[in-house]
Structures are given as structure tokens and as C-alpha cells.
Design a protein around this ligand. Structure first.
Ligand code: NAP
Length: 497
């Protein structure tokens, strides 16, 4: 079968990179090559940034409701193409088709939300301290923005960034993950079909070091929005210079299960949180902090379900029976296996899983649903992000200890607690150190109109989605209009009693 070569998209044209070389994107379920993509470098980034800079004056002065119309069209195109795109997500990234549909739906929701923002983009009006003086804020775009995305939500995460960037009037250079460039090409094709003008969206594929770094360092780029690992986020913060930088990084998300919890509900939540997307979510539940009174019971029920997954539900994401698809690539498989080895060496007890598997005859990067127990909070498997289907059970004596263990991590993205006690639930909301807390629900399940992001090592204080997405991609300008006809001096002319 002939393999198609895909191009960069710069200034409204599909172009080969200056390097003249390509890389392959493969299906992680069977290692089949899905396409070849441009290996780009600083020269391609220069062209893309120049094209975005050229397009900026027209796009930023296009009325926001008109920009919103384009996003509505884009949302409709996504709806029409939902099934086709979801299949491409599964082919390229590996997750089950049901989850891939969710990935595309999140982009539809985001496009609709941000299209509506075209008729809001609110600033504030507020009284001035002086008479006959009017004070307000208006929103201005940041400028040319560089967007760098991971592979685990290859349609939703680009939408989280591109939709607010466009509605606020920014022009974009988009550098997707090298594991999911086909999803990025399809995304950009639909934007052009919706009528986004030339130069407003530019796509450059290539590696983080060769294409990503020149983008973050580029002097004409005014904003960077990045989702990915803590290590890359740290690098970006050090190299971006004086720019507006948004970082959405990793997590080591705990589910607390108290002795009064609905155990069936908790087990369902743990399975979904730990093994959904094969554990490859920034919000994946990788730690379960369980009250010692119900530890044995929880272990038995969890292991029974995990073993069922391992027997029946690992495979190609296109199969309707699949719950857990492959890991994204060989490196991810090796990393997961290395952490299982480390966990055993540290003295944690492996209850089930713990090795690569065939995925029902497929030849991809499959790994068993893995449960460790007797894990100490300081062990590496309880501290470091594995990004695979591995969950660590930590027993505690009471609620206070559960919260202390939950907070004993460098990350702070998502936390969850299962309890029937309202006092414990509300105290957990107060005390758990995370950007998101779920009560009687798993650590995953964001919605596009609510802020998404974390504290501590998970980011630098920005949030995505909802109105926070607008804040990330706009600058506030403060405006004073003095209609008194005379010089009025703030803080000086005002008469206080
Ligand atoms: P990653 O290795 O950090 O890569 C993310 C993106 O950054 C990719 O496009 C990558 O390009 C690029 N990149 C790598 N090095 C770079 C550099 N030196 N300069 C500029 N760009 C660079 O992360 P990943 O493995 O794709 O994604 C998994 C991580 O993302 C996990 O830690 C997960 O928790 C996190 N994540 C966080 C959120 C959130 O919202 N908090 C959501 C999803 C995922 P290449 O692909 O070419 O290397």
C-alpha cells in the first residue's frame, strides 16, 4: 500500500519543509505506517511566524462576531466529520473508538463555546475616582501565538488552544506532537474549509527540539501555550524569554476511598481513571489512597475487574470490545515496564498485570492493566508520572492521613474522594492541593466551559477552557476617557472627607 506524504500549512499553502525530509506516523496498535510528515526546522518556523505576523492586522481587526461565525462553521464541519475523525484518532493514537468520539466531541463543544464568545469577549466598566471620567477595560489579542500540543487528546487539546486563540484575534503557529501529526493535518484542513483566512492558522510538523524550540524562542511570537510533560514545560519556561506562557503539565492524581464509600462506585471510578486511555491522561488516577478497614475488599474487587480487562478488553481500539488500546509507542511501553520493575524493587506488591501483552493478536504496544498494593507514599511509583496503566494502592488510617498522602506529590492537577460524609467531602475540597477536585467521581472528565489546569508542578498558574481560555489568549487594556475638558489628576484632585 502506498503511503501518503503530508505537508506543512503556511500562509494558506501546503508546503514541503526546507529540510526536504520526512518522518512516519504509525498506528500503535499494529505499527502500520499511516503517513509521512515534514521534518521541519527553524527555517520553516520562520516562514510560519512571518505568515502569521502578516495575517495579524486583518484578522485582529475582523469583528469578533465575524470570527465567531467561522468557528460555528468549523464546529458544524467537525460534527459532520465526527465519525471519520474519531477513526483517525484511534488509528493514530490508539484509544478506543468510544473515547476517540469523546475527543472529537470535546473539540465540537469548545468550538461552539468559543464561537459564542465572539459576541461577548467582555471587559469591565467601573467608576472612575474623578468626575466626568469614564473607565473600562477592553480585550486585545496577544499577537502571534505558538501552540505546542501532546498526542493523548490529538483533536481536543488543539481545539482548547486554537479556538480561544482565534476568537480573541490572534494568529497561530501550531506544532503538534510527532506521534499524532495526521490528526493535526485533518484539524487544519477543516479550519481552512470553514474559511479561516490565509496565514491565520499555520501548521508546522517536526520534532520538539528542531521545530518546537525555534518556535518558543522566536522573537515575533508573543505567546506560547504548551501542554505536555513537566520536563518540556520547564525547558520552555527557561527559553521562551519575555512572552505570555501557559503551561499545562503532568499529574500524579489520587483517588481517596474512605471506609464509608460506595465501593461499587469507587471501583468503577478507579477502573475508568486508571485504565481509561490506557492510563495516558494527565488526569489519570495513578494512586488510590484507601482506608485500611476496606483495603482487602477494594483490592479483591479491583483485581477481579483488572484481570477481566486483561483477559477480554485489551486490543485494537477499533474493535467494539476494546476498553484499553495500546500505549502510544515503544518508548512508552518500555517506560511503563521500567516503572513496574522499579515498583517491585522498591518492595511494592504486584497484585495483577505487570507485563506487555499481545492485545488479542495485534502486534502493537499493549500493556496489561497493573495493580500494585502496599505502596509507600514516598516510593517512585507513587511519586513519578508513569503515563501507563499502572495504579498504586496506598493504605491509610484516617481522613487526615489520606489528605496528607494525597498532597505529598510535586504535582497538583486532579484529585478525587469517595465518601458519603459531607463534612469529609467539603474538607477535602478545602484541603486537597489540586486545580480540580471530584467528589464521588473519578479524576477524569473535564467539561469545556469550566477551567482546566493544576497547581504546584502541574503548571505556571494558567488555566485552559471556558473564560480562562479567553484570559490566556487576550491581554486586557485599561482605557480612561476624560470628558471634563480640564486636567484632572488621579489621587491628587480627589477630595476625601
Ligand atoms: P512532551 O514530550 O512534553 O511533548 C509535548 C509536545 O512538546 C510535543 O509536541 C513535543 O514534540 C513538544 N516538545 C518536546 N520537546 C520540546 C522542546 N524542547 N521545545 C519545544 N517543544 C518540545 O509530552 P507528551 O509525551 O507529548 O505528552 C504527555 C505529557 O503531557 C504527560 O506528562 C501528560 O501529563 C501531559 N499532559 C498534560 C495535560 C494537561 O492539560 N495538564 C493534558 C495532556 C497531557 P515531539 O512530539 O516532536 O517530541
Amino acid at each position: 500500500m502506498s503511503v501518503k506524504t503530508y505537508l506543512n500549512f503556511i500562509g494558506g499553502k501546503w508546503l514541503a519543509s526546507k529540510t526536504g525530509t520526512t518522518f512516519s506516523s504509525i498506528n500503535p496498535a499494529n505499527k502500520q505506517v499511516l503517513g509521512r510528515f515534514q521534518v521541519s526546522d527553524a527555517q520553516d518556523i520562520d516562514s510560519a511566524v512571518a505568515s502569521a505576523k502578516k495575517a495579524f492586522p486583518n484578522w485582529s481587526s475582523t469583528p469578533a462576531p465575524v470570527r465567531g461565525e467561522l468557528l460555528f462553521k468549523f464546529a458544524n464541519l467537525l460534527k459532520q466529520e465526527k465519525e471519520r475523525l474519531a477513526r483517525i484518532v484511534t488509528l493514530e493514537m490508539g484509544k478506543s473508538l468510544t473515547e476517540s468520539r469523546g475527543d472529537v466531541q470535546e473539540a465540537i463543544d469548545t468550538a461552539l463555546y468559543m464561537a459564542g464568545e465572539g459576541r461577548r469577549l467582555f471587559g469591565h466598566t467601573t467608576p472612575s475616582e474623578l468626575p466626568q471620567k469614564f473607565a473600562m477595560t477592553v480585550r486585545r489579542p496577544v499577537g502571534v501565538v505558538g501552540l505546542i500540543t501532546p498526542w493523548n487528546f490529538p483533536i481536543a487539546i488543539p481545539a482548547w488552544k486554537i479556538m480561544p486563540a482565534l476568537i480573541c484575534g490572534n494568529t497561530v503557529v501550531f506544532k503538534p506532537s510527532s506521534d499524532t501529526p495526521l490528526c493535526a493535518v485533518e484539524f487544519v484542513k477543516l479550519l481552512t474549509k470553514a474559511g479561516v483566512p490565509d496565514g491565520v492558522i499555520n501548521l508546522v510538523t517536526g520534532s520538539g527540539s528542531e521545530a518546537g524550540t525555534p518556535l518558543i524562542e522566536h522573537p515575533d511570537v508573543r505567546g506560547i501555550s504548551f501542554t505536555g510533560s513537566h520536563e518540556t514545560g520547564d525547558f520552555i519556561l527557561k527559553h521562551a524569554g519575555v512572552k505570555k506562557v501557559g503551561l499545562e503539565l503532568g499529574g500524579k492524581n489520587p483517588i481517596i476511598v474512605m471506609d464509608d464509600a460506595d465501593l461499587t462506585l469507587a471501583v468503577d471510578g478507579i477502573l475508568w481513571g486508571a485504565f481509561g486511555t490506557t492510563g495516558q491522561r494527565c488526569t489519570a488516577a495513578s494512586r488510590v489512597i484507601v482506608h485500611e478497614k476496606i483495603k482487602k475488599q477494594l483490592e479483591q474487587r479491583l483485581v477481579a475487574e483488572a484481570q477481566k480487562i486483561n483477559r477480554e478488553k485489551i486490543g485494537n481500539g477499533l474493535k467494539p470490545t476494546t476498553l484499553m488500546g495500546p500505549l502510544i509507542n515503544q518508548a512508552a511501553l518500555e517506560k511503563t515496564d521500567r516503572y513496574v520493575f522499579i515498583g517491585k524493587q522498591e518492595g511494592a506488591k504486584l497484585l495483577c498485570g505487570g507485563k506487555p501483552c499481545s492485545g488479542k493478536g495485534s502486534t502493537g504496544f499493549f500493556y496489561e492493566a497493573t495493580v500494585f498494593t502496599d505502596v509507600k507514599p514516598t516510593m517512585r511509583i507513587a511519586q513519578e508520572e508513569i503515563f501507563g496503566p499502572v495504579v498504586a494502592l496506598i493504605a491509610v488510617k484516617n481522613f487526615d492521613e489520606a489528605v496528607a498522602v494525597a498532597n505529598h506529590t510535586a504535582y497538583g492537577l486532579s484529585t478525587a474522594i469517595y465518601t458519603r460524609d459531607m463534612k469529609k467531602a467539603f474538607t477535602a475540597i478545602d484541603q486537597l492541593e489540586s486545580g480540580i477536585t471530584y467528589i464521588n467521581a473519578s479524576t477524569i472528565g473535564s467539561e469545556c466551559h469550566l477551567p482546566f489546569g493544576g497547581i504546584k508542578g502541574t503548571g505556571n498558574g494558567t488555566r485552559e477552557a471556558g473564560i480562562e481560555g479567553i484570559n490566556e489568549f487576550s491581554e486586557l487594556k485599561t482605557v480612561f476617557i476624560d470628558y471634563s475638558g480640564k486636567l484632572q489628576k488621579a489621587q491628587i484632585d480627589i477630595k476625601y472627607n
